[in-house]
Design a binder for this molecule. Structure first.
Ligand code: 5GP
Length: 134
């Protein structure tokens, strides 16, 4: 059975898309640590552990995440974009990209941000716009 993230990448489950190419997809985390918290996934590989990926898929994922992070940094006020890989909840490889103002912004135990649909849509659109300039 397809993972929830495969369904998101295929558009079968809605998401706030920020970037996409043939092999990778980036969308806002629905329970963000900070505004602009983004997940980056491979579209065609459903492994649950990033270091199981074939090297070309892994390197492609990292290259795509780098570009998305540049777009996030341009769109969202922050000091830098932090990177995390957990995979404790969803068994489909994903990289978290989190705009950071302080170290505590990358604490996954802290209370998540409550954002409205309009806020999610606006931030996704502004990251997407920056991504398209790259
Ligand atoms: P992890 O597997 O890295 O521990 O956490 C999975 C992340 O995916 C969490 O931050 C969670 O908020 C996010 N997430 C889980 N289900 C969905 C979903 O259906 N849509 C979106 N946009 N994010 C999700």
């Amino acid at each position: 059975m397809a993972t929830i993230f495969t369904k998101i990448a295929k558009g079968e489950i809605p998401s706030y898309k920020v970037a996409e190419n043939d092999d990778y997809y980036a969308f806002l985390d629905i329970n963000p640590l900070a505004a602009g918290h983004t997940l980056v996934i491979p579209k065609h590989v459903e492994d649950d552990y990033i270091f199981h990926l074939e090297e070309d898929v892994y390197l492609g994922l990292c290259a795509f995440a780098r570009k998305v992070a540049v777009a996030i940094k341009a769109a969202v006020p922050c000091k830098r974009v932090g990177v995390a890989v957990l995979g404790m909840e969803v068994p489909h490889v994903h990289i978290h990209l989190v705009p950071l103002s302080s170290e505590s912004d990358l604490d996954f135990r802290k209370e998540k941000l409550a954002m409205t649909a309009d806020e999610f849509a606006a931030i996704a659109a502004s990251i997407q716009k920056e991504y398209e300039k790259l």
